[in-house]
Unconditional design. Structure first.
Length: 131
């Protein structure tokens, strides 16, 4: 849409912030509530939802950057999937951070997913006295 000249970058970002962001926020709160209730998670629910909303905002802001600056939706999808998969691979969810090669340590420290994963683990397991 942007590269085709239908809309400008500023109007695209404003429409994404005014339309899509509230919808995604409601979806995160509803799904987070279902997860919190069905899994009977311990810890503070306000911390849990704060971490979930922070993760949604980080992922959404990265998606907006991909949507605005890439030349096509196909390229934006490829870049978003590659970077998100890389962040998930190095965040500590799939492998411990200390078992990753030293070459990946800069990616681990800059990946927002690693901080979100750590925040969720601290929120959920703090009530058990494990942290």
């Amino acid at each position: 849409e942007i590269m085709g000249g239908f809309i400008r970058e500023r109007s695209c970002v404003v429409s994404m912030l005014l339309f899509y962001l509230p919808i995604y926020t409601v979806a995160v709160v509803v799904m987070g509530g279902l997860i919190w209730g069905l899994c009977e998670l311990g810890g503070s629910s306000s911390n849990f939802f704060s971490v979930l909303l922070l993760g949604m905002l980080c992922a959404y802001s990265f998606a907006v950057v991909c949507a605005v600056w890439c030349t096509s939706s196909k390229q934006a999808n490829r870049i978003y999937v590659f970077v998100s998969s890389l962040m998930l691979a190095v965040c500590g969810y799939l492998r411990y951070e200390n078992t990753l090669p030293p070459l990946l340590s800069p990616i681990t420290t800059t990946a927002y997913s690693s901080y979100l994963y750590q925040g969720l683990m601290i929120t959920v397991f703090k009530s058990l006295g494990e942290c």
